[in-house]
Design a protein around this ligand. Structure first.
Ligand code: KG4
Ligand code: ZN
Length: 347
């Protein structure tokens, strides 16, 4: 069984081919440079770029996999959640190929792709508490089996990756902010600044208070406040370039605050739901401090910890192909009339 999958839910164009759980080819074209100048992802720019990149990646992956596209057994694409105009491109291409070659089409939930990615290439998906942490999502999920998911907690405001990205912007660091903050945090003191851990007693997450706390902390460090008409001492909206040591300490303290909350709530969820396995996926799970602290906390509580290789944690089509393969194994496929859904829920 050979599956070709496309992932175009946001600003990454990705194509992959999987044969019997073995990856034959996988390509991702990032659009970071195109969106950086606008300070965020511009949906129309993203979809136009998907149109440019997808045919090129299809050819390249087919070459890598040494397969003619006419020999593919099923075509899959991310059908949500994501940007409507981006989702449409990948889904339309996969549907077109499925119709053209008379093969099944599979509409895959992006979040399901992430949460299954720690099991990439394996046959058995064991029950686990899954933490998905990306730029758009932060949720903990009880995974009973493929397709049987119960959401335990989710963010009530910003996602963890979004917090990394927004705080990095305040610090005049590049995009995406997560890897930048991780890099500067290496030499920093995570205990120097006491930053908030919001909603400690809830299963949900909240990160916007952390961003606000950092916004108020930065002018104190540099001793600079903006002038306002009524002379209030308010932090300016403008970003702050900090001296190297202060920057490292802020980054380390921010990272510690985010990781601390993620680890504590995930372990609590695993204990409450009586599973012996914890998994983590999504772009933020590339973070080495998060991986290390989750791993250590799992060991302390007698839990097994599993994550995917970093290239499988950020957006890619291999995870979509893998989710599609597991669904096909269960006899499922989708109708080509199935619409994309920007707000697609997990279930
Ligand atoms: O899963 P992903 O590639 O895209 C979404 O589905 O959102 O995640 C991207 C997010 C960005 O917010 C980025 O800053 C964050 O993952 N990220 C990290 C790291 N690498 C990527 N956050 C913290 N530490 C990292 N090393
Ligand atoms: Zn993602």
């Amino acid at each position: 069984m050979t599956i070709l999958a496309l992932e175009t839910s946001c600003d990454e164009t990705a194509v992959a081919v999987l044969r019997d759980r073995k990856l034959l080819g996988s390509e991702v074209a990032s659009q970071i440079a195109e969106h950086e100048k606008f300070g965020g992802v511009v949906p129309e720019v993203a979809s136009r770029n998907h149109l440019v990149h997808a045919p090129r990646l299809l050819e390249r992956v087919a070459r890598e996999a040494e397969i003619d596209i006419s020999r593919i057994d099923a075509f899959a694409a991310t059908s949500g959640p994501g940007l409507a105009s981006s989702l449409m491109i990948g889904a339309s291409i996969a549907k077109g190929l499925a119709i053209g070659f008379g093969k099944p089409y599979l509409a895959i939930n992006h979040l399901e792709g992430h949460l299954l990615s720690p099991f990439f290439g394996e046959t058995e998906i064991r029950p686990n508490v899954s933490l998905i942490v990306s730029g758009g999502h932060t949720m903990s999920i009880l995974v009973r089996r493929v397709g049987d998911y119960q959401i335990i907690g989710r963010t009530v405001d910003d996602a963890a990756g979004e917090a990394f990205d927004k705080i990095a912007k305040l610090l005049v660091l590049g995009y995406p902010g997560g890897p930048e903050i991780e890099k500067h945090a290496i030499k920093g003191d995570p205990k120097r600044f006491d930053l908030p851990r919001s909603m400690p007693d809830s299963e949900n997450f909240s990160f916007s208070g952390l961003k606000t706390a950092v916004r108020y902390l930065l002018p104190k460090i540099v001793g600079r406040f903006c002038e306002t008409p009524n002379d209030e001492r308010r932090p300016t909206q403008t970003p702050y370039k900090l001296p190297e040591k202060d920057l490292a300490d802020v980054c380390a303290s921010v990272q510690e605050a985010i990781v601390d909350v993620l680890v504590r709530k995930t372990i609590a969820a695993a204990r409450k739901h009586d599973v012996d396995l914890v998994t983590v996926s999504g772009g933020v799970s590339c973070n080495r401090v998060l991986r290390k602290q989750l791993d250590e906390a799992c060991k302390r509580h007698g839990l097994e910890f599993k994550t995917a290789e970093p290239w499988l944690c950020t957006d890619n089509a291999a995870m979509i192909a893998f989710a599609a393969m597991l669904k096909l194994d269960n006899g499922a496929s989708s109708n080509v009339t199935e619409e994309i859904d920007p707000n697609l829920a997990l279930q």
